[in-house]
Each structure stands twice: as C-alpha cells, then as structure tokens.
Design a protein around this ligand. Structure first.
Ligand code: FAD
Length: 459
C-alpha cells in the first residue's frame, strides 16, 4: 500500500509557516497532516493582517490549493499540548514540525499597564479582526488622543484602523462590532511613540505611505526631532533613504497646494514621537482609567546599526485616554516535551531542526521570532521543509517503520471528545461568512464564536 509506506509528517499550526512547510513537503511523497487550534485556518493572515490589506490575503488561495492536495489534510479545532501531546504526535508520525506562531505578547513592564484604556496591539488587532478570544475586548474609544507605543508595521496598522474613515473600513472584512465602535470613536489624534530616532523607525515604506495618504488626516510631528536628518540622507542605503525622505516630507516640508488643502480640512491627526520610552501609564483621578503616559526622553549614542537609546533624565507627560502597546508578539512553550529558549522566546533550532530532539522541526515565528512579513515566513518554512527532506535522504530521520499517522491521532481525539474540523468543514464556514458579508457589502463577516463555527462546520 503506497500510502502507508510514505513518510508521515504532521505540522502544528495552520498559519503561513504551517501551510508553506506543507506546500514544500507534498511535492514529494510525504503525507502531511496540519493540526490547528482553531476551527478556521490561516493564522495571522486571517487574524493579524489589516482588513484594508485584502491583497496580502491572496496567499490564502495558495494555502487552499495545498490543503486540497491529495497528500495533505487539515485538522482544525485540535489544540496541541492539550488535546494531544507532542509526544503522542511523535508516536504517530515520522516527524513533527512546530509552526504554532507567537500567541503571547511582550509587556511594557511599567506601572499602570493594567489600567482600563490600556491594551496590547495583539488584543486590539484580534478584536477588529475577529479573533474569538478578543471578541469581548470593547476598547474604550471615548477619548481624543491615543498613544501607540512602538513604530513597526503593526503599530501603523492600528493607527490606520483608529483614523481611517469608516466609509473605507466598511467595505473590508473588519468585524461589524469593531466597525460600529470605530464609527462612534472620539479618537482624533494618534501619537506613535518610539524609543529611537527617525532613522530607526521600524515600519516599511508601504505602511508609512498609507499613513501619509490617509484621507481626512494630517501629520503632526515635532520639527525639532528631525534636525540633522536631511543631511544624513546621502549616506543611507536605498530603502532607508526612501523611507526617510517620505518621513521628512510629511514632517517638515512645506506642503503643495493640494496637500495643504487636505491638511486644512483634516479633522484627525497622526504623528511620530521619537526618542521616548514609556515610564508609567498615568491614572485618572478615580485611579481606574488611563489618563496619560509618562515618557522618558532619550538621546542616541553611537551610530549606524550600533545606535543605542540612552535616557537623558528628562521626563514628559502626554495626556491620552487610550494606550496601545505594540512592542512585539512573543512565542510561548506549548508542551514540556519540546525544548524552549525562554530568553529568546523561540524553539532552539539549527536550520529548523529542534536541538537535542530527533524528529522534531520548527518553522515560522516560533523558529525565528515574531518578525518578518509573510514572504520571510515562506522562505524560512521552505528551508525547514528542505532540511527535513535532507534528513530523510541521509537516513538521520528514520522513516523505515510504518506509522499510524492521523488514524492514530483520530482515535486519541475521539476518546477525549475532541471533534476535528476538516478543510471541507472550513469551506462551509467560509461560504457562510462570505454570504453574511455580501448582505453588508463586505468580502466576509467573520464568525466570532467557536461554538457557532463548529455548528456551521457540522451542519
Ligand atoms: P501564525 O500566523 O501566528 O500561525 C500560527 C498558527 O498556529 C495559528 O493559526 C494558531 O492558531 C496556531 N496554533 C497556535 N497554538 C497552537 C496549538 N497549541 N496547537 C495547534 N495550533 C496552534 N505580513 C505581511 O506580509 N503583510 C502584512 O500586511 C502583515 N500584517 C501583519 C499584521 C499583524 C498585526 C501581524 C501580527 C503580522 C502581520 N504580518 C504581515 C506578518 C505575518 O502575519 C507573519 O509573518 C506570519 O503570519 C507568521 O506565520 P506563522 O505561521 O509563523 O504564525
């Protein structure tokens, strides 16, 4: 029997890393099963990528082709580490690839972080993108000024969501509850704070350009923070140079007539604040809510890649009712059987081989840390798949014994009362979401409740 003698590999996590690893493995005679915690696939493509970036989500078409490949199966609604252990997966498969992303987040570690009105970007993004665990977040948008801590692409996604005209958002797959809340929002001003200077901002030019071009908004920057920056342009590498030119244009250049008119009409403002580190979220008089943020003023030491932010001792308070920390996602250990580097918050690995554990591999954010776009994740997942195939070729990964694969795991799950969701089950959820979206002129209206997803999947 061809199928039983093929190598069997399972992948933990149905995000980009999982699907790209699978895509490479099914090209040869490997049987691949993807186990995903949620009933719905695609990880951060569904729950992270901003609703107004539909073109980024086209990768879903490629993932769908992989899922429909004869040698690939998707098993949603299975939480590895709880419903089934990694050791049990190792029993059932020749190899296990861990691609479960980064579901935790880095905290600021400052007083006041737990006040009402303070959110992590991860939860805020999860809220507008319909992540079931964030559906009850109900962020308070009744204040005028919001402060976002961090200046990467996620920070700019959040700023854009807070400031975009609702007429633009209502044509996206943003969840209806978020759209309703944003329509009522009083937020008029968003400050995007970073501890280093304009030459170190971590966003990409696409995201910055979207801010610059956002209808109904004007930039509000501090010209003094850009002193000396124009003079450095010549020495910058091309991508950084273009980014900095755009930043300077928004920050200090005299706008042309059309831009001036846009700015004069704008009711909302956004701006970067550089060289600032959060010290404390300041409470309202009743001590319940955030009313401001205290920032330490930094200066830069060193230059080039080695530049460091050092506190000057000066402190600044900014009034704001909403604080969103966007200082990074973080991977968490899912099973005591898997080595985990708690300092770097990744699974320690050499080219995707989990250290000290034969038959275990990793890819994506849990392999290299929570940075990089989908294309980066694609490349590193292909690398892991190549490593795994090399190990089969060299015989260091033993595939000579017959393994039960998903049959073995299904038996365990059934005993535990866990009912997996197949890819065709997901397609039922998908078409119901699309149908609900159509009635509102949106590409989809996401279901927010796992129970409802399961009901539709099994109908
Ligand atoms: P994830 O996408 O997080 O996938 C991990 C999967 O594992 C999830 O589906 C999760 O449910 C599942 N899982 C977790 N724990 C378990 C478990 N115990 N058992 C089973 N399954 C589990 N990139 C771009 O190119 N363009 C963009 O516009 C863009 N926007 C982004 C916006 C945000 C807010 C964020 C956070 C990222 C964005 N990215 C973007 C980056 C991109 O999303 C990542 O590079 C990519 O998703 C990482 O893939 P991954 O598979 O490692 O992780």
């Amino acid at each position: 029997d061809q199928t039983t003698s093929d190598p069997k590999v399972c992948i933990v996590g149905g995000g980009p890393a999982g699907f790209y690893t699978a895509q490479h493995l099914v090209k040869v005679n490997v049987q691949v099963d993807i186990y995903e915690r949620l009933p719905v696939p695609f990880g951060l493509v569904r729950f992270g990528v901003a609703p107004d970036h539909p073109e980024v989500k086209n990768v879903i078409n490629t993932f769908t082709q992989t899922a429909q490949h004869a040698r690939c199966s998707f098993h949603g609604n299975v939480r590895v580490g709880k419903d089934v252990t990694v050791e049990e997966l190792q029993e059932a498969y020749h190899a296990v690839v861990l691609s479960y992303g980064a579901e935790g987040n880095r905290t600021m570690g400052v007083p006041g972080e737990d006040l009402a009105g303070v959110y992590s970007a991860k939860d805020f993004v999860g809220w507008y993108n319909g992540l079931p665990r964030n559906r009850e977040l109900r962020p308070d948008l009744s204040c005028e000024t919001a402060v976002i801590l961090g200046q990467g692409n996620v920070a700019l996604d959040v700023a854009r969501m807070l400031l975009s005209p609702v007429d633009i958002l209502k044509k996206t797959d943003i969840t209806q509850h978020a759209l309703d809340a944003l329509a009522e929002s009083s937020v008029r001003r968003v400050l995007i704070v970073g501890r280093r200077g304009p030459l170190q901002v971590a966003c990409t030019i696409k995201e910055l350009r979207e801010m610059v071009n956002l209808p109904g908004t004007r930039p509000e920057m501090e010209a003094s923070e850009f002193e000396g920056i124009a003079e450095t342009l010549k020495s910058l590498a091309r991508p950084r140079k273009r980014l900095t030119e755009l930043l300077l244009k928004a920050a200090i250049e005299t706008p042309g007539e059309e831009e001036l008119e846009k700015r004069n009409r704008a009711e909302r403002a956004w701006g970067f604040r550089f060289l600032r580190r959060p010290l404390e979220v300041l409470p309202s008089t009743d001590l319940i809510r955030a009313a401001g943020i205290r920032l330490a003023v930094n200066r830069l030491e060193g230059d080039g890649e080695g530049v460091r932010a050092v506190a000057t001792g000066e402190v600044e308070d900014v009034e704001c009712g909403l604080v969103i920390s966007s200082i990074g996602y973080k991977s968490l250990p899912i099973d005591p059987a898997v080595p985990f580097d708690t300092r770097k918050a990744i699974i320690p690995n050499t080219m995707g081989r989990v250290q000290q554990t034969a038959g275990l591999y990793c890819s994506g954010w849990v392999k290299r840390g929570p940075t990089g776009v989908i294309a980066t994740t694609m490349n590193d997942s292909f690398d892991t798949a190549r490593t795994l195939l090399q190990d089969i070729g060299k015989g260091t990964l033993d595939v000579s014994t017959v393994k039960p694969g998903s049959q073995g795991v299904s038996a365990l799950l059934e005993k535990r009362g866990v009912k997996p969701v197949s890819f065709s089950d997901w397609e039922k959820i998908d078409s119901e979401e699309t149908r609900r979206g159509e009635t509102r002129g949106k590409p989809r209206e996401k279901m927010l409740d796992v129970g409802e997803m399961l009901q539709v999947a099994r109908a």
